[in-house]
Write a protein that binds this ligand. Structure first.
Ligand SMILES: [Zn+2]
Length: 473
């Protein structure tokens, strides 16, 4: 595959290859663990999960690092409000994050460093910055000197003058320059802290990512990802710190940013009442995690994405179509043909992760499978595929499975999906057994009563040559 990604550094699409073809390195900013993940938090996790899966398929070794920010003033504030100890908040929120992201079909990153586990690296980086003349200590703080770095603003496209415009209000007296940002700040006995050459204190947010990326990926690496809202100041400051700590290096070579997530056309906010957590979505049903994943991937990652429950239901209906086909029990036929079909589906991902086109092609492959299994016209799908002969249904089953290993869907057990992943399955199976027994005893009235009962509960029975199967309406 020839990869091209939009690189924020150059503001255009560029051919991508890892510096070391035997080891691709990628870093993505992870959550600050003080509250449940909201829908906007989930988007980069799903987007970069697809990217990591794609890259792992192509390169022999991929190290994907996504951190946990577990020291931050938002966490301290939450602890003060609720009285819950900081360690309890971060442990619980990290576990919630893992559970929610797993429900969206995302795989864990290869390394998930915590900020509190990398204080020594942060102190070492800050010492380098002071030694190199890019940082200074003042009143228990250490500040990065923005004017000391001529390339500051290159990533975000903002000039140091722009940056100062917003910062004029209430500039701390210990700053030499209004745009200088905090690398280290003093702690008291109400805030977490560590001993350092500058006194008891804690790191600023930006230095955390520079230190964790350095520890796990080295001074330079291939891809840095995150939400578009992080470009400034967070990513700009990461670049400044890392490039100034290691002169002559460039930190990340490619910067990929996902667009924002709206709800019903508006920016999500607690005051508008449209603030949704991943938990809110998952509560809709066992299908909701995968449907939300599909919804996310149907929009290109760089575009703004508009969430609505209507779109979530549409995504579910689309997945229903895949599972209706897959639940036919057709055996997968793996081989050249299925590989070619899967490659056709996945090919657009190499072009700046074009998930909408990959999903449209997957849909075409499904159509071909349905035509092979039950008949119908495959003309349009075949012409897009650029061939005249249709694959077999078994080849389609194998191709869908291979594409799913990168897209992360459809990934459920078709039977469990169609039965709604419910816990009343045993009860329903028992009712079906009772109906079979009634029919054997030629007690038609009883058999019909059981069937009508099940229909009333939204359970549809399908009598076929292999016996009776059921699904939810
Ligand atoms: Zn970061």
């Amino acid at each position: 595959m020839d990869f091209q990604f939009h690189n924020a550094l150059t503001r255009g699409k560029e051919a991508f290859a890892p510096r070391d073809p035997s080891h691709l390195r990628m870093y993505v900013c992870g959550p600050t663990v003080y509250d449940l993940a909201h829908l906007g938090n989930a988007r980069p996790v799903v987007v970069f999960d697809v990217l990591a899966r794609l890259l792992r398929r192509e390169f022999p070794r991929v190290t994907y690092v996504r951190n946990i920010t577990d020291v931050d003033d938002k966490i301290n504030a939450r602890s003060r409000e609720s009285g819950e100890p900081i360690s309890a908040i971060t442990a619980r929120t990290t576990a919630d994050f893992h559970r929610d992201m797993a429900a969206l079909g995302t795989l864990p990153p290869d390394v998930e460093p915590t900020a509190t586990g990398h204080i020594a690296e942060m102190i070492a980086l800050i010492e380098k910055l002071i030694a190199n003349g890019h940082a200074y200590a003042a009143e228990g703080h250490v500040l990065f000197s923005v004017p000391s770095f001529g390339e500051y603003g290159k990533l975000s496209g903002r000039s140091p003058e722009d940056l100062l415009a917003g910062a004029r209000i209430d500039v701390a007296p210990y700053k030499r320059d209004a745009g200088d940002f905090v690398l280290w700040k003093p702690s008291d006995d109400t805030t977490p802290g560590w001993n350092s050459p500058w006194g008891y204190g804690r790191p600023g947010w930006h230095i955390e990512c520079s230190a964790m990326a350095w520890k796990h990926l080295g001074e330079e690496f291939d891809i840095h990802g995150g939400g578009h809202d992080l470009i400034f100041p967070h990513h700009e400051n990461e670049v400044a710190q890392s490039v100034c700590a290691f002169p002559g290096t460039g930190y990340a070579r490619f910067w990929l940013h996902n667009g924002m997530l709206l709800v019903d056309g508006e920016k999500m906010s607690k005051s508008l009442g449209n603030f949704l957590t991943v938990r809110d979505i998952l509560a809709r049903g066992p299908w909701a995690g995968e449907a939300f994943r599909l919804l996310l991937l149907k929009t290109h990652y760089r575009q703004a994405l508009d969430f609505s429950y209507e779109r979530l239901d549409e995504a579910k209906a689309e997945l229903d179509d895949y599972y209706a086909f897959l639940s036919r029990g057709i055996a997968a036929e793996e081989g050249e043909e299925s590989k070619a079909l899967a490659a056709w589906v996945l090919e657009p991902l190499a072009d700046d992760l074009n998930t909408p086109l990959a999903l449209a092609r997957l849909r075409d492959v499904l159509t071909l499978g349905n035509v092979a299994a039950i008949g119908g016209s495959a003309t349009a799908a075949l012409s897009r595929l650029g061939r005249s002969e249709a694959p077999t249904a078994g080849q389609v089953v194998a191709a869908i499975a291979e594409a799913a290993s990168v897209l992360g869907l459809p990934a459920a057990d078709p039977k469990v999906w169609r039965q709604g992943g419910a816990d009343d399955a045993a009860e329903i199976e028992a009712a079906i057994e009772a109906r079979i027994a009634a029919r054997k005893a030629r007690n038609w009235a009883e058999a019909d009563r059981i069937r009508d009962d099940l229909i009333a509960k939204g359970i549809l029975l399908e009598d076929g040559p292999k016996g009776t199967t059921w699904r939810r309406a």
